[in-house]
Ligand binder design. Structure first.
Ligand code: C5P
Length: 220
């Protein structure tokens, strides 16, 4: 059967990247974490102290960066540097939604995502994959989970990573990002009309992956 293009969208920390990674492994597909790309751009802009309202400076910054994924472990590379750890911190999380709301940034990322996924056999996760990046994807999943579940998940990830964060801080960041991501003018987060809704609140991650696999099998 020909290689599929699978789009996974949803709110912050809803389990979509775990689902995407597990499905990609089982299908032998590549996995593109588009959130990591916006996070890498944000890290670069922070390091260079670029004013987000300075259009020319943002354009110049975008020209200077190359984002790639290291095949062995899928770590994101910013101009060849492994920044996987830095992009997961709260400092980047607090600014990424403002950066991702800039059309100029989105245009560059979407173009690269389409190129990377052009041959199929790929799973992308993000906020606008099924609506904008690959509106003709073979399978679209939209993952949700209630806010408390998502806060718990993200908090334990950050603590396991050795970061010193408070629950309230994580909660505020998830709520703020979800708000900005779903209210921006360019490519707001929304479920595509033809997406399948998966709720990770009561469905464990293992069941989520099984459900995803079933949906893939039905296409074959
Ligand atoms: O998926 P993750 O939570 O790492 O994404 C970080 C941020 O990147 C999101 O909150 C959103 O602002 C932005 N993003 C986006 N479009 C995507 C993926 C992520 O705007 N396709």
């Amino acid at each position: 059967s020909s290689p599929l293009t699978i789009a996974i969208d949803g709110y912050s920390a809803c389990g979509k990247s775990t689902l995407a990674r597990a499905l990609a492994r089982r299908l032998g597909y590549s996995y593109i974490d588009t959130g990591a790309m916006y996070r890498a751009v944000t890290l670069h802009l922070q390091r260079d102290e670029v004013n987000l309202e300075d259009d020319a400076a943002v354009t110049e910054a975008l020209r200077q960066i190359t984002i790639a994924f290291r095949p062995e472990d899928n770590h994101v590379l910013l101009n060849g540097e492994d920044v996987e750890h830095q992009i997961r911190g709260l400092s980047v999380s607090k600014m990424v939604s403002q950066v991702a709301a800039l059309s100029k940034v989105r245009r560059a990322m979407v173009e690269q995502q389409r190129r990377m996924g052009a041959d199929g056999g790929v799973i992308l996760d993000g906020r606008d994959i099924g609506t904008v990046v690959f509106p003709d994807a073979d399978l679209k999943l939209f993952v949700t989970a209630d806010l408390e579940t998502r806060i718990d998940r993200r908090l334990s990830e950050l603590l396991a990573d050795g970061q010193e964060v408070q629950r309230e801080e994580v909660a505020a960041n998830l709520e703020e990002r979800d708000y900005i991501d779903s209210h921006r003018a360019d490519s707001p987060l929304r479920m595509a009309d033809d997406a399948v809704l998966l709720d990770n609140t009561h469905l464990g991650l293992e069941e989520l992956v099984e459900r995803g696999e079933e949906l893939v099998q039905q296409l074959r």
